[in-house]
Ligand binder design. Structure first.
Ligand SMILES: Nc1nc2c(ncn2[C@@H]2O[C@H](COP(=O)(O)OP(=O)(O)OP(=O)(O)O)[C@@H](O)[C@H]2O)c(=O)[nH]1
Ligand SMILES: [Mg+2]
Length: 444
């Protein structure tokens, strides 16, 4: 997400960052490059112009020229203004307390409505809501089935209409059913079209009047660039959307749509889809998105991800063992499996500040390497896992054979584990209570 844009912006800001003193012409020159990068990323022309003007004004204004570290100051201004492109604050969803809050998912064909409806249901369920899904795309029998399958997968009930039926009537019936069963949220999946047409808007308009949604979320595909912005304008004019759920941000979208959509439509992105999995939905927090673009990492995002997938009890136990100095290879295996659940390592690394500038050999992030380490540990006896110092030559040979890995690799793992224990000891000395997952060895 924003990889290319981030790298190019970093390049453009580098010159400014490195200078001890900044003059007005230097700033103007640097920002000209920023402007070029944004336009190349397909950011709307007007949005880009306003953005650069604001940064320039602030940079020349008060503090920067006299600041101790003027380059850093400019980066900070760029960061703040990027965040402002996304919105003023962390977005929220409107709800109501009497009866279910209805949320309509609308958008063009294939934008990700059905998938996102299910992701959102899962997310809200985790946050304490009792969601229900409504399948109101009745144009294709497969669309109903798709939502039902996702519903089973995430454990959320799905109210489905009949193929070919009236989507508005089904939405109303779903809302009544949700109210009766005491669901706090009803998320309605609707049919898509290839383009905006009167029939679709008419149908959605009637649905809106009938179920009075608290949110009408436009699901827009980031890969379509400025087209997504136009679509948002069209839906907003016809229906009055309350926010945008921008999907496929994990793809190689250049970022232009995400950065322009609020400036053009006045409506904020509330969520971003970052993959096909049911947990691949992030809150579109302006500060964090800006941080990601500037490759400052997103620790909050990392922590959120960890909270979603990591078993709290296992986490607490690990922490206790680390703090008590009783961390064994067995625990190491548990920790490693937890980390793997969080997603592909290369994706996770991007969330860590500075990690994108670290050059980690691709082979070390290879999921296969996890499998190898796992095989080695699993080839040990429970005693050996708890007391690796008992591993002599013949035991190591047996483990190597059992795991199908060379003895050298067994040795490497043991060495890394020992180093890790040493590191944990130091950490224990430094802190009293706080702690997280023990660090994973990246070195070969
Ligand atoms: N990579 C990625 N794929 C996504 C994302 N969101 C949705 N998809 C994929 O996009 C495809 C279309 O998603 P759907 O949810 O079926 O889209 P839809 O808008 O309901 O499509 P129609 O019902 O045909 O209009 C599926 O293969 C999804 O897995 C995302 O954030 N990232
Ligand atoms: Mg669909």
């Amino acid at each position: 997400m924003f990889d290319e844009l981030g790298a190019k912006l970093d390049g453009a800001l580098k010159k400014l960052r490195q200078r001890g003193v900044l003059t007005e012409p230097m700033i103007t020159e640097g920002l000209r490059e920023v402007r070029r990068v944004l336009l190349e990323a397909d950011v709307n022309f007007q949005v880009t112009r306003d953005f650069v003007a604001r940064v320039q004004e602030r940079a020349l204004g008060e503090t920067v020229l006299k600041a101790v570290s003027p380059g850093q100051q400019i980066v900070k201004i760029v960061h703040d203004e990027l965040a402002r492109l996304f919105g003023e604050a962390r977005p929220t969803l409107a709800t109501k307390s009497d009866g279910p809050s209805v949320m309509l998912m609308v958008g063009l064909q294939g934008s990700g409505k059905t998938t996102s409806a299910a992701k959102l249901a899962r997310r809200l369920g985790r946050e304490g809501a009792t969601p229900m899904l409504a399948a109101c795309d009745l144009q294709r029998p497969a669309a109903i089935e798709q939502l039902q399958t996702l519903g089973v997968q995430i454990g959320v009930p799905v109210f489905a209409g009949d193929f070919g039926g009236d989507p508005v009537a089904v939405a109303v019936a779903a809302r009544d059913q949700a109210a009766e069963a005491g669901h706090s949220v009803l998320i309605v999946d609707t049919a898509g079209r290839l383009q905006i047409d009167d029939e679709l808007m008419g149908e959605l308009g009637r649905m809106k009047d009938a179920v009075e949604p608290t949110e009408i979320l436009l699901v827009a595909d980031a890969m379509t660039g400025q087209e997504a912005v136009k679509i948002a304008e069209g839906f907003d004019e016809a229906l009055g959307i309350t926010g945008i759920l921008m999907t496929k941000m994990d793809g190689d979208a250049r970022g232009g749509a995400a950065l322009s959509i609020r400036g053009v439509t006045g409506k904020s992105i509330k969520f971003i889809g970052v993959g096909e999995g049911m947990d691949d939905l992030d809150t579109a927090d302006p500060e964090r998105l800006a941080g990601r673009i500037l490759q400052m990492g997103d620790v909050v995002g990392l922590v959120e991800r960890a909270q979603v997938v990591i078993d709290e009890e296992a986490q607490a136990q690990l922490q206790e063992k680390v703090m008590g100095g009783r961390f064994t290879l067995e625990d190491f295996l548990v920790a490693m499996r937890q980390v793997q659940k969080m997603g592909p390592l290369d994706q996770l690394l991007k969330l860590i500040p500075g990690a994108s500038r670290m050059k980690i050999p691709a082979g070390n992030l290879d999921p296969k390497r996890f499998k190898h380490i796992e095989a080695i540990i699993l080839s040990m006896t429970p005693d050996e896992r708890r007391k690796p110092e008992m591993l002599n030559g013949s035991r190591k040979a047996r483990i190597a054979k059992g795991s199908g890995r060379p003895v050298a690799e067994v040795n490497r793992l043991l060495k890394q584990f020992k180093e890790m224990q040493g590191f944990m000891k130091q950490m224990r000395g430094m802190m009293s209570g706080a702690g997280g997952l023990p660090g994973m060895p990246f070195g070969p």
